[in-house]
Design a protein around this ligand. Structure first.
Ligand code: PLP
Length: 452
């Protein structure tokens, strides 16, 4: 590839600059179903649904037509000062009915980061208004991903993004990553591991004082941490501790929400009873920026009370609850409830079977996942689980070689993650894993050759 277009005026988020300098960007031109095409007409199977979000296909006609109609009717309006489009009211009624817990209120932001950031602000708003201004500490887990604003990057538990900017802020504490395969003690069962993590949580709460903790954030399945489903009994062990000390549980369903795990919510797959749910990526199938905060009646009541005291809810975003975005979300929910979710359920067994079959590859240490999401963790030694030397960049190499072979899959740490669109077929699942196996073989041969 040539160096065309690089350097350009465009600042690439989360992109490896030396690679860009050498190869230039992939210019994405158009999409069709589960495939995208670059500007040279090369076709790629999108094994990550873009960034987990474009679940209904890259050319979904219903969503496009809905957007066109919505733009023709009311192309833009805000939702401040008691003004609002009908679509925002309709969407909210629908979302609270779909929620994984009893819920009665939805607040809109423009992204997952903004939504999580706003949750923090609401928790701190409650702390101030309820006369507990010291109640500010936020609990998260190592390897979590909750966004990239200052506070959500702090909640995010990936060291390389936090330390890059001197984060986290002082209000955040990270607990052990609930990854049994990597973090469990020798011979420790999944449920024992979960019990130990619940004990760690309780000790942390006691050490800091329950009165100082504003909330516990958790993705049902850690996504950008490398697709890490919780161990058996994890939320069953964690939740009674949170309840005992009156600490709200925030389920970050930005990836898991609306079907990804094979249930409508990750909370349902793992028995979570959240006080607040955060949704984003899937809610508009990636066709419009949106973040949503879904509140339990108890949270709503507390926020209403605090707002009444304050005379208004002291937060909002100019383009939050955008009329076009809300119309697209309604259409996306029509598509998800009308068949795409059923397809996730129907295709998940085949996807998981082919994913787990990759575990026999000499480079794969663990094949894990649930529903239509999965990861392959690369190791140099399957017995000791020793990772490859960092300078080999194995997962990076796999992803670059897969791109050459016509598959988009993402390296996250030592893992390759997959989260194909909800509309994928069994034949496309076989195509995906066929390309991936060929790719792993090629990279493995290349590494072996260099080592020899
Ligand atoms: C992507 C993601 C976010 C952040 O969403 P943005 O729209 O990128 O700000 C938050 N939480 C989880 C679990 C995510 O995967």
């Amino acid at each position: 590839m040539s160096r065309r277009n690089y350097p350009s005026a465009f600042m690439h988020p989360f992109s490896h600059i030396p690679t860009l300098e050498e190869e230039g960007p992939v210019i994405v031109d158009r999409g069709e179903g589960v495939y995208i095409y670059d500007d040279r007409g090369r076709k790629y199977l999108e094994g990550n649904s873009g960034l987990w979000n474009v679940v209904l296909g890259f050319d979904n006609k219903k969503l496009i037509e809905t957007a066109q109609r919505a733009y023709a009717k009311l192309p833009a309006y805000h939702a401040f000062f008691g003004r609002v489009g009908q679509a925002a009211l309709d969407l909210s009624e629908r979302v609270v009915k779909l929620a994984p817990m009893e819920a009665n209120r939805v607040f809109y932001a423009n992204s997952g980061s903004e939504a999580n950031d706003t949750v923090v602000k609401l928790l701190w708003f409650l702390a101030e208004q309820e006369g507990k201004p010291h109640r500010r500490l936020l609990l998260s887990r190592k390897n979590a991903y909750h966004g990239m604003t200052v506070i959500t990057a702090s909640l995010t538990g990936k060291d390389y993004v936090k330390s890059a900017s001197g984060l986290p802020v002082k209000e955040v504490r990270h607990l052990t990553c609930p990854h049994h395969w990597r973090e469990a003690l020798p011979k420790e069962s999944e449920t024992d591991f979960s019990q130990r993590l619940a004990l760690e949580l309780e000790q942390t709460i006691r050490n800091t004082g329950p009165d100082y903790i504003a909330g516990f954030f958790a993705e049902p399945v850690m996504g950008a941490g490398g697709v890490i489903p919780p161990p058996e009994g994890y939320f069953q062990a964690i939740q009674p501790v949170l309840k005992k000390y009156g600490i709200p549980l925030i389920a970050d369903e930005v990836i898991c929400g609306f079907g990804r795990t094979g249930e409508f919510w990750g909370s349902q797959t793992y028995g979570m009873k959240p006080d607040i749910v955060v949704a984003s990526k899937v809610i508009t199938a990636g066709f419009f920026p949106m973040g949503a905060i879904i509140l339990s009646p108890e949270m709503t009541e507390r926020i209403d009370k605090a707002s009444a005291k304050y005379e208004e809810l002291p937060t909002g975003f100019t383009t939050g609850a955008h009329p076009v975005g809300c119309a697209i979300a309604m259409a996306a929910l029509d598509e998800i409830e009308g068949g795409a979710f059923a397809n996730v359920k129907a295709r998940s067994p085949e996807f998981q079977k082919q994913l787990r079959a990759m575990a026999d590859h000499p480079m794969v240490g663990e094949a894990r996942g649930v529903g239509l999401m999965g990861a392959l963790e690369m190791v140099a030694d399957k017995k000791t689980k020793a990772p490859f030397a960092g300078n080999l960049d194995v997962s990076e190499r796999v992803s670059r070689q897969a791109l050459k072979n016509g598959l988009i899959c993402r390296p996250l740490g030592a893992s390759i993650v997959l989260a194909p669109p909800f509309i994928i077929t069994d034949a496309q699942i076989s195509e995906l894993f066929g390309i991936l196996r060929k790719t792993l073989d090629e990279v493995y041969r290349d590494i072996a050759k260099k080592a020899a």
